[in-house]
Design a protein around this ligand. Structure first.
Ligand code: AMP
Length: 187
């Protein structure tokens, strides 16, 4: 399995901008728009992910609303497989399956189309579709846990959950049943 060199690691990390107190006081927002705007960093990242996942025999990539769409769709195209958007409630037009998750105050909900990973979640060989879940960042893990549950709910299989950045001090990956891979971790 390929790993990033220290230099590549630094190029990606330094391409992500830190915005203090956004969207509210006390939050250090990790702004990946500067990574996307940096073709060298973006290419190193996507080539690393392509090399990691090309031998996984995946059927689909599921990207979490909204920044997971960007990395997920690029990776799906590189691997020659389908991309599925995991959307916030109320955006998808066909029959959906939904999962609620807790926020600091209240709750939110994500959903997917019921047939997003094939009828009953089965691939063309009649086996559970092998799905990689991807998002830009894992903090508490609530969003990713709900998204991974959705994949199971429709009969597919979440092979791994992948994040560009993990806020390790929040232990978000502990609530996720699938293996978790984070390109970069911040303590
Ligand atoms: P969580 O459910 O707590 O793991 O939050 C993950 C979701 O919120 C991801 O979709 C992230 O894009 C977003 N998010 C949470 N914290 C941050 C942060 N500090 N910087 C950027 N995005 C964040």
């Amino acid at each position: 399995m390929s790993s990033l060199t220290n230099e590549e690691n630094t190029i990606i990390l330094e391409s992500i901008r830190n915005i203090p107190d956004f969207p509210k006081p006390g939050i250090m927002f990790k702004d990946i728009s500067t990574l996307l705007g940096n073709p060298k960093a973006h290419n190193i990242l996507m080539t690393h992910l392509e090399n990691r996942y090309k031998s996984y025999n995946l059927d689909y990539i599921a990207g979490i609303d909204a920044r997971g769409f960007i990395f997920g769709a690029v990776l799906a195209d590189r691997l020659g497989i389908g991309f599925v958007p995991v959307r916030k409630k109320g955006k998808l037009p066909y029959t959906t399956v939904a999962e609620k998750y807790s926020l600091e105050y209240g709750f939110d909900e994500v959903e997917i189309h019921i047939d997003a990973f094939g009828d009953n979640g089965l691939n063309t060989e009649g086996n559970p579709s092998q799905v990689l879940l991807i998002d830009d960042l894992i903090a508490t893990g609530g969003t990713a846990k709900a998204a991974a549950s959705l994949i199971d709910k429709v009969g597919a299989h979440c092979v791994e959950a992948c994040f560009i950045l993990e806020l390790g001090f929040l232990n978000g990956k502990e609530g996720i049943k699938a293996p978790v891979y984070s390109v970069l971790e911040i303590d």
